[in-house]
Design a binder for this molecule. Structure first.
Ligand SMILES: Cc1cc2nc3c(=O)[nH]c(=O)nc-3n(C[C@H](O)[C@H](O)[C@H](O)COP(=O)(O)OP(=O)(O)OC[C@H]3O[C@@H](n4cnc5c(N)ncnc54)[C@H](O)[C@@H]3O)c2cc1C
Length: 369
């Protein structure tokens, strides 16, 4: 593998790149040699992770089979991770398989966990990123005795608190504290959604603390209080990987790859980036699975144009309000749409329908590949 060459290398099998693979499976790869470089043969769809924890569906229901999709698309799959990029020589260095040279590259590697940096080091700490390691660590953990603290009051932290409270296999619910931080519960969501979530947390006996949490010499502190916990789950949002900045790609102050409206690197237009590792410079596109998914078809069109010698022209314009569906772990979900909020079993059914339809669209493309 050392010294291999591709017209296009997709770095990371993220939510946007599966749409690119789907486009290539349907319309053909617009290049002679295409490579997908990613460490795992499946993409784990984060939207279905809380449902797996709460026993609402099987472990593998929320995954996209990257191996089958790459085969259907006629793309070489390299199961490895990128550790460095050199935009000048047009090459990426992998951990175990040497260098891949490219004409064009597209990066969709998501973010990296920031728990140890933000909270301190502790053997009880489980970061929700990378998601594959989180799943493995949850599976290894002792389910029965755990007192759990979830740190992070965003949508991920809230959904995980509900899911872990209702974890499949628990005889009785574990004592659970959600430490939301000084920004409080669900910043950026409407007061109606926050109200519903607060009521539901209270109903399920989940204690909510709206103070910062941190680790100090083996003790978990939340404001002034010491919190007893066997497992500390950190849902703190993500940091940028360090290798794009180190390689000389233009990045923002957080290290995220800055891209133009067409997902091209602002410093090296033969390199594209999408999803949580990228930052649009022309408009605010929050980092979320929803936006990574919607960017996918736009990225696919722009890569096709660039690879065929044309000019990328498609741009993703997020809607002014987005629909978020937060599972409560007990067969219900809470919907957030701008200032509107709703809760019920029908919301959970809507969420399951949307999620499963997304997964099924890729499974269908891979069939028989
Ligand atoms: C528990 C949880 C629940 C969430 N729920 C929601 C939700 O309901 N709705 C929502 O919109 N968002 C949700 N999110 C956020 C969402 O998961 C992310 O915003 C989304 O995954 C970003 O997609 P991405 O394509 O940028 O990256 P990812 O989905 O992280 O994919 C990146 C891919 O790149 C691979 N990769 C990583 N590093 C490298 C490397 N160095 N070289 C090669 N490949 C690499 C990874 O293995 C992975 O396949 C949730 C997150 C978590 C953790």
């Amino acid at each position: 593998m050392s010294g291999s060459r591709a017209d296009i290398v997709l770095v990371g099998g993220g939510h946007a790149h599966v749409a690119v693979l789907a486009d290539w499976a349907q319309l053909g790869v617009p290049a002679r040699r295409a490579t997908l470089l990613t460490p795992h043969p499946v993409l784990r769809y984060s939207g279905m992770l809380p449902g797996w924890i709460a026993g609402e569906h099987s472990r593998d229901a929320g995954t996209v089979d990257l191996r089958a999709l790459a085969r259907a698309a006629g793309v070489e799959l390299v199961l490895d991770r990128c550790v460095a990029i050199d935009p000048q020589t047009r090459s990426v260095l992998t951990l175990e398989n040497g260098v891949v040279r490219f004409e064009h590259a597209s990066i969709d590697v998501g973010g990296v966990g920031r728990s140890a940096k933000a909270l301190g080091d502790d053997s009880r700490l489980i970061d929700i990123r990378p998601i594959h390691r989180f799943v493995a660590e949850l599976e290894q953990g002792d389910r029965a005795s755990s007192r759990i603290a979830v740190i992070g009051g965003g949508a991920g932290g809230v959904e995980l608190a509900f899911a872990l409270r209702n974890r499949e296999g628990h005889r009785s619910p574990p004592p659970l504290v959600l430490i939301a931080g000084e920004q409080g519960l669900l910043p950026g969501f409407s007061s109606a959604v926050r109200r519903k979530v607060r009521v539901e947390l209270g109903r399920q006996g989940i204690r909510l603390l709206e103070v910062d949490g941190w680790l100090e010499r083996g003790v978990l502190m939340a404001g002034e209080e010491e919190i007893a916990a066997d497992q500390i789950v950190a849902a703190l949002g993500s940091m940028a990987p360090d290798w794009p900045r180190a390689g000389g790609l233009a990045v923002d102050e957080g290290g995220f790859i800055t891209v133009d409206p067409f997902q091209r690197s602002t410093s090296h237009p033969h390199i594209f980036a999408a999803g949580d590792c990228a930052r649009r410079v022309d408009r605010k596109v929050p980092h979320s699975g929803l936006h990574a998914v919607h960017t996918g078809p736009v990225l696919a069109a722009n890569l096709r144009a660039a690879l065929l010698g044309g000019i990328p022209r498609r741009s993703y314009w997020p809607r002014p309000v987005s629909l978020y569906l937060l599972s409560t772990g007990q067969g219900e979900a809470i919907a957030s749409y701008g200032s509107l909020a709703a809760q019920g079993r029908w919301v959970s059914r809507l969420k399951a329908w949307i999620d499963k339809r997304w997964i099924a669209s890729y499974a269908k493309l891979s069939e028989g590949a």
